[in-house]
Design a protein around this ligand. Structure first.
Ligand code: AMP
Length: 463
């Protein structure tokens, strides 16, 4: 099957063809025609199956015609569990909607400042990509309406439920028009997700895409912590001398880094070459041919250049620089373990980069084993076993403190279970009664243990 058989609008088809994809994936071949016919869909599909295009392509086709309803609100709403996924969806909307003259997509995700989001919402918008918590905030403040909404998409619904977003999702859906089309994507459609899916959809068509062998299953993933750049280089030196290593892709964060590191490896006597976006295409092709025929053992590459490298002989992926995006991690490690073989993926991480590992683990749903090389152990201790984890990692976390409720109105701030801001609690002394409290000489009220006058917090300025 090819894309022209799916029934897409010509401008969307043109944009898809420009991406270079040759044929639709399974989920796209099944979901796109059904969604174009107007059906609600329940789709079980994994990350990597091409699911983003499966919902974005048919939804974008609606935007080729003007809205029948007047207003500013979005015509397409995509709910995603995380900010990273929202970014990916936003990027897909821009890629596949590039032929539209003015496509306005707004991303409403938690952890980002409200100001720019509010500014964007003051103008008409076509697509909103949102995490449920932040979208609820905007809805409660009357900053968004769904009068024009035509399609509601729940992406990775199972993950949203795992994260405790069920109430938010139900409240959001209740505010959307009954006439909407609902497309729900989830790794599984069993249990609670199945129940929610049935509640939110009408006569939905169910599409189950055969679960491909999890590519990461054959890849042995490890983390090595380093103390400093010298230690990092020594770790790399030991890794590249591993006798089981046949060929490896070594990832760096920058093009210059790829050049420098490949030179360093050549200086140490290895067959290494760089691959990055600044190289002319013919040179990149020649380098890849040299990797394929075994004349290059180490390909030192950047993310973009390495997409799509499919060389069966690559036994190892070494993330010399840890990837900034969790999605890049998955693409990187997928360069090994090709064609049913096993592979090893090693990531070097500085102690200040632990948040990157957390993002990756959350994204893939797998913990990565921390390994050491005898004689090259880090002097700083890696993650303490059973150590305290940030609230944001806890299941059910919705941007709230335990027993508390986000007030989120003028005069906002954390409230305790009784609905009072902390600062209003009887006997609150600006923290002066806490053990170990040291007054900051410039705050006489604190030093004196007096109640602190309410100081507007940053978020309040917006309301
Ligand atoms: P997703 O499952 O939406 O996260 O997509 C996984 C990756 O597959 C993304 O990097 C897409 O750019 C890519 N992709 C989507 N559709 C196709 C296609 N028909 N052919 C090749 N790659 C695709």
């Amino acid at each position: 099957m090819n894309f022209s058989e799916l029934g897409l609008h010509p401008s969307i088809l043109k944009a898809v063809e420009a991406t270079g994809y040759t044929e639709p994936t399974d989920v796209q071949a099944q979901a796109v025609p059904a969604a174009l016919a107007g059906a609600d869909l329940l789709v079980s599909a994994q990350t990597g199956s091409g699911k983003t295009a499966a919902f974005m392509l048919p939804s974008l086709c609606r935007l080729a015609e003007p809205s029948a309803v007047k207003g500013y609100g979005p015509r397409i709403l995509v709910l995603t569990p995380t900010r990273e996924l929202a970014m990916q969806v936003e990027k897909a909307a821009a890629t596949y909607g590039r032929e539209f003259r003015r496509l306005r997509t707004v991303s409403l995700v938690g952890g980002a400042p409200y100001g720019p989001q509010l500014k964007q919402l003051s103008q008409p918008v076509d697509i909103v990509v949102a995490t449920p918590g932040r979208l609820m905030d905007h809805m409660e403040r009357g900053k968004i309406d769904f009068d024009r909404l035509e399609v509601l998409i729940l992406d990775e619904a199972d993950r949203m439920l795992d994260m405790g977003f069920i109430d938010d999702i139900q409240m959001i859906v209740a505010r959307t028009p009954k006439t909407r089309q609902t497309l729900l994507f989830s790794a599984t459609l069993d249990g609670v997700v199945g129940k929610l899916a049935r509640e939110l959809t009408r006569d939905a068509q169910r599409i189950e895409v055969a679960r491909k062998e999890d590519p990461a299953a054959q890849i042995d993933q490890k983390l090595h912590f380093f103390d400093d750049p010298m230690h990092k280089m020594r770790l790399l030196d030991a890794l590249v001398r591993d006798a089981t290593l046949k060929q490896a892709v070594v990832f760096t964060a920058t093009k210059a880094g790829a050049e420098d590191l490949s030179e360093e490896l050549r200086d140490r006597g290895f067959l290494a070459e760089a691959l990055h976006g600044d190289m002319p295409q013919h040179k990149r092709t020649r380098t890849l041919d040299r990797v394929r025929n075994g004349r290059v053992q180490f390909l030192v590459a950047t993310d973009v250049a390495a997409r799509g490298i499919d060389v069966a002989g690559i036994s190892h992926v070494i993330n010399f620089d840890a990837p900034r995006q969790a999605e890049d991690y998955v693409h990187r490690i997928g360069r090994t373990g090709r064609a049913g073989r096993s592979g090893i993926a090693v990531t070097l991480v500085g102690f200040r980069e632990r948040h990157l590992v957390r993002n990756i683990e959350r994204y893939t749903g797998q913990a990565i084993e921390v390994a050491t090389i005898p004689g090259l152990e880090p002097t700083i201790k890696p993650r303490p076993e059973g150590g305290k984890r940030p609230w944001s990692d806890k299941p059910g976390y919705k941007g709230k403190r335990p027993g508390g409720e986000w007030k989120g109105k003028p005069g906002g701030g954390w409230k305790d279970g009784q609905g009072k801001p902390w600062g209003d609690k009887p006997g609150y002394q600006g923290g002066a009664d806490r053990p170990g409290f040291k007054p900051r000489g410039d705050k006489p009220h604190a030093a004196a243990g007096q109640q602190q006058a309410h100081k507007p917090k940053r978020a309040e300025r917006f309301w």
